[in-house]
Structures are given as structure tokens and as C-alpha cells.
Design a protein around this ligand. Structure first.
Ligand SMILES: NC(=O)c1ccc[n+]([C@@H]2O[C@H](COP(=O)([O-])OP(=O)(O)OC[C@H]3O[C@@H](n4cnc5c(N)ncnc54)[C@H](O)[C@@H]3O)[C@@H](O)[C@H]2O)c1
Length: 259
């Protein structure tokens, strides 16, 4: 994948591989649902199915956390929620700014799921002077002239870019110069960042294109089955295919990718 991102080692602190880090939010989402239903323990198979990951991979991932579960009992749900949250840095509050408050930025600002996961929307920023002061999701939009001050005053380290593609790199540069070290980019462009800055890119159209590929392949298999011919591509889930699931570009990782 083309990337403007700083190359980083495949492992993070305490030797947890990046691929494992990318799956931790999937486990956390499944565990949170269990916790909300007051389920006390869960087996690796049940949790793997709920997270859309294979259970051997899950056990390996949890071994990096030092969590091995209890034979015949499984994993303690509450403790795992705590452990994964701590590993992901979610036990602390992360102020986030969203830049570009159009259709997407406003939808993100209105999304309640950030706050419940420890991400507080500290400010909404837009270049359109007509938007300044207008409340979106109860937060007044601030003009981009204020960007540096907002970042500094709120101690913001995570910025979300929801501007048109052409504005994304200059916005990114300003965020980084102001002290932001993690960027979630929704604009369809590859961002260049200096060492020490992480960029994650979300592109729903790429996800749809991947689904279109699978739809096309399924249609090919059906045609082949009808004619008795061999399918053009190996069916998913066979030894010829990888062990990826339908959840993301890298297999069972969230639909978000390094820029
Ligand atoms: N990743 C995805 O899955 C996905 C989905 C939808 C849209 N998008 C992308 O998200 C971006 C926003 O889409 P939208 O539909 O909300 O667009 P929009 O036109 O409704 O909103 C863009 C906003 O950005 C503001 N803006 C422009 N230049 C700016 C700058 N330099 N600094 C700050 N704000 C600036 C505009 O004033 C506007 O309010 C686009 O790049 C679009 O392609 C991505």
C-alpha cells in the first residue's frame, strides 16, 4: 500500500505486534457487548467468533497481554476489558479535534461512540467563516485561524481530518506543527508526516471496492458451479485462501488502515 507514513517497527512497546494491536479494538468491542449483558466469562472460541477472528490467533494475541484464561472457564470478561483498554491507552481521556465540519465531520461530531470510548471531542474546526460559532453536536465550530491555539490549550494529540482532499495535507501539516502526533484521515489522499507521527486512513469506498471484488468472485464461483467448470479463484476459507475475514483490508482488522 502506498504510504506517506513513517516506517515503524512491526512491534510496539512490550513486543506487541502491530497486527495484534489492530485486533485489540475488535476484542474490546465484543467484550464490551458481553460486559453490558453481565456475562462473567467467555471462552476463546466464543470471543473469537464474536470478534470475527480465528481462536488460535486470539489466544496468541492474548498471550502478548499475559492473559491466558482458565482452562474450562475461559477469560474473565471484566478483567480483559480493563486489560485491553489499558493496553490501548483508553483508560485515559484523549481530547480529539475534528477539522472539516461538513457532512462527514458533523456526522463524526454527532457520533456518541467516541466519548464512551474515552475520546472527547475537544473542538470542531472549519475554514468556512460562515460556520464559525455555529453549534454542531452542541459544540461551537471554530475557525481554522484558531487551530494552533486550540491544539495547545486543549493538549490535543489526536486530529481527525474530514476536509476535501486538496486541503488535507496543509491541514495535516498545521496539526503536526501544532503538536498533534496522531491523525485519523478520512480524506481520499495519502498524507506525508514526519517521524513520530502516526496516520490512520479510513476509506469506505476502498472497503466497498473490496466487497465488490468478493461479490464478483462469488458470482464467478456460482457460474462455474452451474457449468461444472473450476472456479477462477480459490474459494475463501480454503488452504489456498488466506485466513482473512470480511472485516477489513488486512483480514480481521478494523476497516481502517495505515495511510
Ligand atoms: N473516508 C470515507 O469513508 C469518506 C466518506 C465520505 C467522505 N469522505 C471524505 O471526507 C471529506 C469530507 O467530506 P464531506 O462530504 O463532509 O465534505 P463537505 O464538503 O460536506 O465538508 C468539507 C468541510 O471541510 C471544510 N474545509 C475545506 N477546507 C478546509 C480547510 N483547509 N480547513 C478546515 N476545513 C476546511 C469545508 O468548509 C467543509 O465544511 C472529503 O475529503 C470526502 O472525500 C470520506
Amino acid at each position: 500500500m502506498a504510504t506517506g507514513r513513517t516506517h515503524r517497527p512491526a512491534t510496539r512497546s512490550r513486543g506487541i505486534p502491530e497486527a495484534t494491536v489492530a485486533r485489540l479494538p475488535l476484542y474490546l468491542r465484543a467484550l464490551t457487548a458481553l460486559s453490558e449483558r453481565s456475562v462473567p466469562t467467555v471462552s476463546s472460541e466464543e470471543l473469537a467468533a464474536a470478534a470475527g477472528v480465528n481462536s488460535a490467533k486470539l489466544r496468541k494475541d492474548f498471550s502478548y497481554l499475559g492473559s491466558y484464561g482458565t482452562r474450562g472457564v475461559g477469560y474473565d470478561v471484566e478483567y480483559l476489558v480493563y486489560q485491553i483498554s489499558r493496553e490501548l491507552g483508553l483508560t485515559q481521556d484523549w481530547p480529539v479535534v475534528i477539522v472539516g465540519i461538513g457532512n462527514l465531520g458533523a456526522a463524526l461530531a454527532n457520533y456518541g461512540g467516541f466519548a464512551s470510548r474515552g475520546f472527547r471531542v475537544a473542538a470542531l474546526i472549519d475554514a468556512d467563516p460562515a460556520m464559525a460559532g455555529k453549534p454542531v453536536a452542541g459544540i461551537p465550530v471554530q475557525h481554522t485561524d484558531e487551530l494552533e491555539k486550540i491544539i495547545k490549550d486543549n493538549g490535543v494529540s489526536i486530529g481527525v481530518i474530514a476536509t476535501p482532499a486538496g486541503a488535507a495535507q496543509p491541514v495535516c501539516d498545521r496539526l503536526v506543527a501544532a503538536g498533534v502526533t496522531s491523525i485519523l484521515n478520512f480524506a481520499p489522499t495519502v498524507l506525508s508526516v514526519p517521524d513520530g507521527v502516526d496516520v490512520r486512513k479510513v476509506d469506505l469506498s476502498i472497503e466497498l471496492q473490496i466487497l465488490a471484488f468478493h461479490e464478483q468472485r462469488k458470482a464467478g464461483e456460482e457460474t462455474a458451479a452451474g457449468t461444472g467448470a473450476l472456479p477462477a479463484a480459490a474459494p475463501r476459507g480454503t488452504a489456498a485462501a488466506d485466513d482473512s475475514t470480511d472485516q477489513g483490508p488486512d483480514g480481521d482488522v478494523p476497516a481502517v488502515m495505515p495511510a
